[in-house]
Write a protein that binds this ligand. Sequence first.
Ligand code: MRU
Length: 360
Amino acid sequence: MSIDGLFKYDCVSLDADGSGVTVLDQTLLPWEEKFLVLRDEAQVYEAIARLRVRGAPAIGIAAAYGLYVAFRRAVSVPGFDQSQCRSEFYRISRFLCSARPTAVNLSAALSRMERRFEASSGRTMDELLDALRSEADAVKSDDAAMCAAIAENGAALIDRPGMGILTHCNAGHYAVSRYGTALAPVYLAHSRGLAPRVYADETRPLMQGARITAFELMKAGVDVTLQCDNMAASLMASGKIDLVLTGCDRVAANGDTANKIGTSALAVLARYYGLPFYILGPTSSIDPDAVSGADIPVEQRPAEEVTELYFHRRIAPEGVKVYNPAFDITPSELISGIVTERGIFRPPYDFSNLKLDTAV
Ligand code: MRU
């Protein structure tokens, strides 16, 4: 079976008439596969901030389409002062950019839209809107191409039948345009008959591993076993794991990598148990302006996610202080390699030949 045949729909897309961004509401997974149509910047912001659409590449794509849709809507209001068009475009772009701080794909996609806006100066409004729509389409199609290449490049790591692969959070179909990043080579290996065995961390507090990774792998017929986050050391000690694969939200110039909270703990454990630990992501997740992990902003999220969300009853005493960072930084020296669409980078990391966008 081809890898394409494993996915029945895209999780983020533009409506045919260009008036809305359709996203699968990931907060409802695995109970319900429900699509939402987002028609203005407030709705797009809310969907990103609340993780209805989540995963670094997916939020970049949603923001690019969201900027197009919201701008198109604003300029078509009767009486809109066309001389305000530039300031309105940047207002929406900056607002969307503030929805989440860590994944660089969000600001990178919006910067790409801003560059297209500038390159279209002097055009009619219809031409400008066409240009913005095609740029947002390109953000998505480029991501799909990058994920397909990551699948091929990462598949070299899954070189024998029945390998045990530990993953964290969700870096699969739901987090991107198509295929995934960390899960893309897994799907390819599965389609080639290598029967990988995936272990998914549940990923407290928002349970992306339990709710989303387990769900999408089961739907695709991939062998998956769910475990609580605190079971990783025991699992590695048991000898069931051959390889750790995770996604990334932002990779600094020195290879330090931000990904879902808990990722760096897996990297430390993998080093102790002598297991290879790989980060997988598109080069759009590399931020050349972040010299090291210290330059990556780590999002802090609401206490309720830890104390009550996804529980029928509150599980913590009222008033307890809560520490809830959404991401952590894995030091580059713990990363065996970073798999991108342009190949596998090895330490010491140096992305300076990649000609990456710095205007984010
Ligand atoms: O808070 P989330 O669910 O958006 O965090 C997502 C992750 O950390 C993913 O691993 C990362 O974005 C890579 S997605 C291909």
